[in-house]
Design a protein around this ligand. Structure first.
Ligand code: ZN
Length: 344
């Protein structure tokens, strides 16, 4: 992994004043900032190198099938594919739609900003189909079995997006000259792909009560009424025995650091690097909680360190876990490892 996943959380409350059933939604973003960089391997690399040249390449199996996009192994026999030049062949450019679905409302990252079809498209000469967009203008213009051909970008870099989309008809499929000077023989070996997930989370009863406590500078957990274990953040059911954990407990905001990491990659919502993330076992809890640790040089952080929560000033608090800024050392003697080892 070339970059660290970061998670940013923002809680919002709709409507003024206290609400017995607040409509709270947290907007989350989980992403590799700048994209996820990976090596392609020789087979995908050759396919992408072909796309940069405006050609769709397939790989041939031992029994003569041509697979597009190429796979590194034959899905039927598991034999390695694409090891020799003669295993490769150009397919298309004309192709046949084998199945499709219409997209009325394209999302920001979709290949087209107008309604289009996602389709499985089998290029002439291939025995399999690749997934791509068809710009047919309207749903009525789409049909299984319709003939299409690719359109290409001029700013090709060795990406599936070099093939802008497919359009109805046999062609011709013109390939514009590359906009940028490139080494035509320089194979594509690395790609950076976007990796970002946005979602909204609506807390249930248990989480609402937890962040209500956070708004008051209190850390609330739940206790399993069967085995007695205390969970924080709270759970509605005990993960150990599956039974309800319905008894609420207010936990102190002190505990022991059971493990930690020194982070050298910036993360949204975290202090400047290097910053410390770690697990704190609150006094009276039976599970450690993931938190930030600060107000201490990173070289001085150690397992067993006694810590206390640092809260944002009361006037700045919202219904959010962000009220708990981080944990800082209390100065008390360290806790021996054997007292918390089962929580590491
Ligand atoms: Zn239990």
């Amino acid at each position: 992994m070339s970059r660290q996943a970061t998670q940013a959380t923002q809680a919002t409350q709709a409507g003024p004043g206290p609400d017995p059933n607040p409509d709270t939604r947290a907007r989350h973003v989980l992403e590799f900032p700048g994209g996820y960089t990976r090596s392609t391997g020789p087979v995908i690399g050759r396919f992408l190198t072909g796309l940069r040249a405006g050609r769709v390449l397939g790989v041939r199996t031992a029994d003569g099938r041509v697979l597009v996009p190429p796979t590194e192994y034959d899905p039927l026999t598991a034999a390695a594919l694409g090891g020799a030049d003669e295993d490769w062949t150009e397919v298309g450019p004309a192709a046949t739609v084998t199945t499709w679905t219409w997209v009325d409302d394209p999302r920001p990252d979709h290949p087209l900003d107008r309604p289009f079809a996602w389709a499985l498209i089998r290029p002439d000469g291939a025995d399999s189909a690749l997934l791509h967009a068809v710009d047919a203008g309207s749903k009525a213009a789409m049909a299984t079995g319709m003939r299409v051909h690719p359109t290409w970008r001029a700013d090709r870099v060795g990406s599936i997006k070099d093939l802008a989309c497919f359009v109805p008809g046999e062609g011709p499929a013109e390939v514009p000259a590359l906009a940028a000077e490139r080494e035509a023989d320089d194979p594509v070996t690395m790609i950076t792909v976007p990796s970002r997930l946005e979602y909204r989370l609506r807390p249930g009863t248990v989480w609402n009560r937890f962040i209500d406590g956070m708004a008051e500078g209190r850390i609330r957990g739940t206790r399993c009424t069967t085995c007695g274990k205390v969970y924080v953040p709270p759970r509605a059911a005990c993960p150990a025995d599956g039974l309800p954990a319905t008894e609420w407990v207010d936990l102190p905001d002190t505990g022991v650091l059971t493990t930690f990491a020194v982070n050298n990659v910036p993360a949204a919502g975290a202090p400047e690097v290097p910053f410390i993330s770690g697990y704190v076992l609150l006094d009276g809890a039976d599970i450690a909680m993931l938190v930030l640790v600060s107000d201490v040089p990173w070289q001085d952080v150690r397992l067993g360190m006694r810590v206390r929560a640092v809260w944002v000033p009361e006037a700045e608090r919202t219904r959010s876990v962000k009220n708990l800024r981080w944990f800082a050392p209390t100065g008390e003697p360290d806790v021996p490892f054997d007292r918390f080892e089962e929580y590491v």
